[in-house]
Ligand binder design. Structure first.
Ligand code: HEM
Length: 172
C-alpha cells in the first residue's frame, strides 16, 4: 500500500549533460502487484489521458485515433519491460527494447522541462492508479523511469543537442 502523498514525494533528479546513465529494468513484482496486464492498462491509459491535458500534449498526435494507437503501443511496451508477456517484441524489430525506445525518442527535441512534465504526469497517474501497490515496488518502477527518462533528453538550454551513453544492469 502507498499513500498519494508518498507517491507524489517520489524524487526527481536533474539530468546532467554528459553524465553516463545507469538503470535497471523494473522488478516483476511491481507488474504483478499493479494487477498484471489489466492493471498496467489502467495505469497507462490514465497516464495518456493526463498527457493529453499536459504541457507536452503538442509532442503527440492530435488525431484521436493516432493518439490512441500510441497509447496502446505504450501500454504494450510497459507490460513487456516490467516482465510481463512479450507483447511489444514485434514493434522493436529484434532490437533490445530499451535501445529501441531511446532511438525512437531521438526524432523529438526533448528538453529537461519536457522530461519533468512527463515524469510529473506519470507520478500523478501512479498516485491515482497504484495506491494498492507497496511503495517499495513503486519506488523501484520509479527508479527505472527516473533514470531511463534522462536518455530521452537530447536538447539543452544552450541550444545544443547531446545523446547520452548508458549502461543497463546485467541482471535484467
Ligand atoms: C521513462 C521515459 C520514457 C519511456 C519509457 C517512454 C516510452 C514511450 C513509448 C513506449 C512510446 C510508444 C512507442 C511506439 O510508438 O511504439 C512513446 C512514445 C512517445 N514518447 Fe515517450 N517515453 C519516455 C519519455 C518521454 C519523454 C520525457 C517525452 C517528452 C516529450 C516523450 C515523448 C514521446 C512522444 C512524443 C511519443 C510519441 C511518438 C509518436 O508520435 O510516434 N517520451 N514513449
Amino acid at each position: 500500500m502507498a499513500t498519494k502523498r508518498e507517491i507524489m514525494n517520489l524524487e526527481l533528479t536533474p539530468v546532467e549533460k554528459g553524465a553516463p546513465i545507469h538503470f535497471h529494468n523494473p522488478v516483476i513484482e511491481f507488474y504483478e502487484a499493479v494487477g498484471g496486464e489489466e492493471g498496467m492498462r489502467k495505469l497507462m491509459y490514465d497516464f495518456y489521458d493526463k498527457i493529453y491535458e499536459s504541457d507536452i500534449a503538442h509532442f503527440f498526435p492530435q488525431d484521436e485515433a493516432e493518439f490512441h494507437e500510441i497509447r496502446v503501443k505504450n501500454t504494450k511496451f510497459f507490460i513487456q519491460i516490467c516482465g510481463g508477456p512479450k507483447v511489444y517484441e514485434n514493434e522493436a524489430k529484434g532490437m533490445d527494447l530499451n535501445e529501441f525506445m531511446i532511438r525512437l525518442h531521438d526524432d523529438f527535441s526533448i528538453t529537461e522541462k519536457s522530461r519533468i512534465e512527463w515524469l510529473g504526469t506519470m507520478r500523478e497517474a501512479l498516485a491515482d492508479k497504484a495506491q494498492h501497490v507497496d511503495i517499495k515496488l513503486i519506488q523501484d518502477f520509479w527508479d527505472y523511469l527516473e533514470q531511463f527518462s534522462k536518455l530521452t533528453v537530447n536538447s539543452f538550454a544552450d541550444g545544443s543537442t547531446y545523446y547520452a551513453s548508458y549502461t543497463q544492469a546485467k541482471e535484467d
